[in-house]
Write a protein that binds this ligand. Structure first.
Ligand SMILES: C[S@@+](CC[C@H](N)C(=O)[O-])C[C@H]1O[C@@H](n2cnc3c(N)ncnc32)[C@H](O)[C@@H]1O
Length: 197
């Protein structure tokens, strides 16, 4: 077995053993260990949350005092202590639903969106980055001052433009690839800390 496959299997097995719906949950865990995006008591908005691995991890990280809301085009099976809605994040009325659930601005916005991939990388990359801009529109309205965010990026020609766009809104940002992310995948994560608006 190749090292890459062994690692893929390792995270899948771990997710199964620990009751997480996706191995992606460990990407968020790892990002959180490095950057402390989410802490106990945080209000967290998870955009593109199906099947729910990140939402489950966010519930764990925020603890009893926290609140987590997940949004996805697809149906997501109930997750204890999380509020889930089936919506398209391209619709701006999602903002009203977010604000009415939390009743105040959130401490973190986490975005792991992927479009339905066509197999044409330039098209998939452009669509994925466009979804990230939609997330920023929501984030601008719902993230509290000094809040944190993370965006998955299908790396390609528009990545740096997106990075520069969000950079102005945060005290610190970093592009990173967690170990739980497959080496051969071109995804990166843009970690953003300290929202300044
Ligand atoms: C990689 S999955 C997310 C995995 C999730 N973080 C987890 O740990 O289980 C990407 C998700 O983005 C969602 N998505 C793509 N476009 C969307 C849109 N316009 N609105 C809402 N969700 C969208 C897809 O339905 C898909 O479930």
């Amino acid at each position: 077995m190749k090292l890459i496959d062994a690692r893929k299997d390792y995270y899948r097995k771990l997710a199964h053993e620990q009751g997480f719906r996706s191995r992606s949950a460990f990407k968020l865990k790892e990002l959180n260990q490095s950057y402390r995006l989410i802490g106990p008591g945080f209000y967290v908005l998870d955009l593109g949350c199906a099947p729910g691995g990140w939402t489950q991890m966010a519930v764990k990280l925020t603890g009893n005092q926290g609140q987590v809301m997940g949004v996805d085009l697809s149906f997501v099976e109930e997750i204890p202590h999380a509020y889930l809605i089936r919506e398209n994040i391209e619709n701006e009325h999602v903002i009203d639903e977010v604000m009415s659930y939390f009743g105040r601005k959130v401490n973190a916005v986490i975005c792991d969106l992927s479009p339905k991939v066509s197999g044409n990388w330039s098209v998939d990359h452009a669509k994925q980055i466009s979804l990230n801009y939609d997330c920023v529109k929501i984030m601008d309205k719902v993230l509290a001052n000094k809040g944190n965010a993370v965006f998955k990026i299908f790396d390609g020609e528009y990545s740096m433009e997106f990075k520069d766009y969000v950079k102005k809104k945060f005290a610190r940002i970093n592009l990173t690839k967690p170990k739980a992310s497959r080496k051969q995948s071109s995804e990166l994560y843009c970690v953003c800390l300290g929202f300044i608006g």
